[in-house]
Design a binder for this molecule. Structure first.
Ligand code: MN
Length: 188
């Protein structure tokens, strides 16, 4: 597997060039400082999950496309091991295993997420039409949607709008592990 920091620096530079954005414009769109953007593009800093998600939302790309290159075509069987893919960027309390990264023809990404005790993240709305699906496979967690924190025990699933304010938190003493699909209906 390619070094994630190298992939991110290359991908971010390419997307920013493609948009024709200066570092200032990219900072305004993502809420990530110009200094931090420069460091990431030079491969000098590996961002936290929160920063990674800000970048994805600001540039309107899937978060997994910032983590890994596209997998081989759908005609090939793909076997993935979350254990080997679980990245824990920076000081974040959340680990992401990009099991099936976003592919434009499918329109979704499929990940395993681990939320450590005490972790909380509120997300800016993603682009219009994005829907998130979560199934809790161990521990308990809560999802903020419709102005409420919805408690989810092991075995429970939720579907909610990703294009409205939403959040994730684990108030328990154990880590919570979830499988998630994020569907991007309009992305090319
Ligand atoms: Mn989200």
């Amino acid at each position: 597997m390619q070094d994630p920091a190298k992939h991110l620096s290359k991908t971010l530079k390419a997307i920013r060039k493609d948009r024709g954005w200066s570092l200032d414009a990219a900072a305004a769109a993502t809420g990530v400082s110009k200094a931090m953007l420069g460091q990431i593009e030079r491969g000098e800093s590996s961002p936290t999950t929160a920063t990674l998600w800000k970048l994805a939302t600001g540039f309107q790309v899937s978060v997994t496309s910032l983590m890994e290159p596209l997998p081989p075509g759908a005609e090939k069987t793909l076997i993935r091991d979350a254990e080997a893919l679980r990245h824990l960027p920076g000081d974040s309390g959340m680990a992401v295993a990009p099991l099936f990264p976003f592919e434009p023809r499918f329109g979704f990404e499929y990940m395993e997420l681990t939320f450590h005790p005490g972790y909380k993240r509120l997300s800016e709305p993603h682009e219009v039409g994005v829907v998130e699906y979560i199934t809790v496979i161990s521990g308990e967690m809560e999802i903020f949607t419709d102005d409420n924190w919805q408690p989810l025990k092991t075995g429970m699933s939720i579907r909610f709008r990703g294009d409205a304010p939403h959040g994730y938190r684990n108030r328990g003493d154990e880590k919570a592990v979830v499988m998630t699909i994020i569907h991007y209906p309009t992305r090319r």
